[in-house]
Design a protein around this ligand. Structure first.
Ligand SMILES: *Cc1c(COP(=O)(O)O)cnc(C)c1O
Length: 453
């Protein structure tokens, strides 16, 4: 394999996260209180999140937000992450394009999620919080927050989407190894969970059901906060360390990306790789194309509606302005569990509406075709989520070759798939299927939303 790595040093870890909101031509609409439909302030979020996370969530004025020294110190365990020129992949598909990937799979938990788990746990600890609750889909966020909570001596309860709890038992073991308590959602331990089970007895769970349960527990437990691993502005903010490092590394490589790609669940790793490069577009200096790669079975960016919607299934969270399939959309049981979420974060949704980025949807089989091709060519077995970004990168390379204009393509490898081998087993055995969402499914799911926008 002749792939080439571009490495930074500890001193190159960014000292501030990049907040894109001040530079956006149209600011995202505010989150609303679901009862009064009035815009929320940071203070309104204090009961739910750490105060600093709430302030960051609402910060529309500071382009740079300092990374606490304690957080940078922990980042040093695995950051800066490598940027790799994927020469093996280029050769395997016979492209004239130059393809790079940022390798976030090298974190101790195997994904980018730790970039936000560390600061979120730190801010909780700083204000004297003792307990955290959260949800997890494929278990990546739960694993990251379990480790972050352990580092700061906090107790964590994780609601894990039921289908993943059974499909990915080792992620549950990882969380338990770090000392977290893990519950399959929907569960009988919360009002929200009991209602979902009563209405749909064999509900397989979704990120939406798990968020409802985690939020309910946080709101009813003293000195307990909730932490979210995607969708929200402060989570995307923390992930910008990815793109800020990649920017320096592309410079070392003597290249600048024509196309930047990230897979898309709620938007955090996509935002992380994309926003630092997007700021040069917004400043008028560059003309990079940004592509979010979502699963065809959960196509909120390509086929959702722009509307206020809840972040969770039961409707406990604030109303978020989002491209959504409706909060009670039940996605097919694809193996990219981290991409099974009904909506997109407010910032990305607005950027989509303003045509400052685009999206593609990838069928499950195409994602695994790309994953296995990548594994053979680069040696890394990608997470099923990340495979969507790889598939999108391959599509773009082939298109550029057909058009006879080679491009520089950068994608984010959000995680490795070594704990997802059940999914690979099923793919190799020919047992995986594609899932299509019909227009009727989408129409039915969004029909119940309040028409606020
Ligand atoms: C959670 C996860 C995702 C999807 O979440 P985003 O917030 O959209 O980034 C993608 N890849 C991996 C490896 C994940 O764990």
């Amino acid at each position: 394999m002749d792939s080439k790595k571009f490495l930074l040093q500890e001193k190159d870890i960014p000292t501030a996260w990049f907040n894109i909101i001040p530079q956006m031509p149209t600011k995202p609409r505010p989150m609303l209180n679901p009862a009064t439909k009035q815009p929320l302030s940071a203070e309104d979020l204090f009961p739910l999140f750490s105060e600093e996370a709430a302030r960051q969530e609402m910060n529309t004025t500071d382009s740079w937000i300092e990374i606490p020294e304690q957080v940078r110190d922990i980042y040093k365990i695995w950051r800066p992450t490598p940027l790799v020129r994927a020469a093996g992949l280029e050769k395997a598909i016979g492209t004239n394009c130059r393809i790079y990937f940022k390798n976030e799979s090298v974190s101790p938990v195997g994904s980018h999620k730790l970039n936000s788990a560390i600061p979120q746990a730190f801010y909780c600890k700083q204000q004297g919080v003792t307990n955290i609750t959260t949800e997890t889909g494929a278990g990546q966020w739960g694993a990251a927050l379990s480790l972050a909570s352990r580092m700061f001596g906090l107790d964590l309860a994780v609601y894990m989407v039921k289908v993943s709890y059974h499909q990915k038992p080792y992620r549950r073991s990882i969380m338990q190894t770090y000392g977290a308590e893990v519950v399959a959602s929907p569960s009988m331990s919360t009002k929200a969970g009991r209602k979902i089970i009563t209405d749909t007895p064999n509900h397989q769970g979704s990120l939406g059901t798990a968020i409802s349960e985690a939020v309910e527990l946080a709101m009813s437990t003293p000195n307990c906060k909730y932490a979210l691993g995607s969708v929200l502005n402060h989570v995307s903010l923390h992930q910008t360390v990815i793109g800020l490092e990649a920017e320096k590394q592309m410079e070392m490589a003597g290249d600048y990306p024509d196309i930047v790609i990230g897979c898309f669940g709620g938007g955090s790793n996509f935002s992380g790789i994309a926003f630092p490069f997007m700021r040069h577009n917004l400043e008028g200096n560059k003309n990079t194309t940004f592509i979010a790669a979502e699963p065809a079975s959960c196509p909120k960016l390509t086929r959702g509606v722009m509307q206020y919607d809840f972040g969770d299934e039961a409707g406990y969270t604030p109303l978020i302005p989002m491209l959504t399939l409706g909060h009670n959309f039940a996605p097919a049981n694809i193996h990219a569990g981290g991409l099974r979420y009904h909506g997109a974060g407010a910032v990305v949704s607005q950027l989509m509406c303003d045509n400052l980025m685009s999206a593609v949807d990838i069928p499950q089989l195409e994602s695994f075709d790309a994953a296995t091709l990548f594994a053979k060519a680069e040696g890394i077995i990608p997470a099923p989520e990340s495979a969507h970004a790889i598939a999108a990168a391959i599509r773009q390379a082939r298109k550029a070759d057909e058009e006879g204009s080679p491009k520089v393509i950068l994608f984010n490898l959000s995680g490795h798939g070594l704990i997802d081998m059940t999914a690979y087993d099923r793919y190799l055995a020919g047992d995986l299927a594609n899932y299509e969402v019909t227009d009727e499914d989408v129409a039915r799911n969004v029909a119940g939303l309040d028409k606020i926008i």
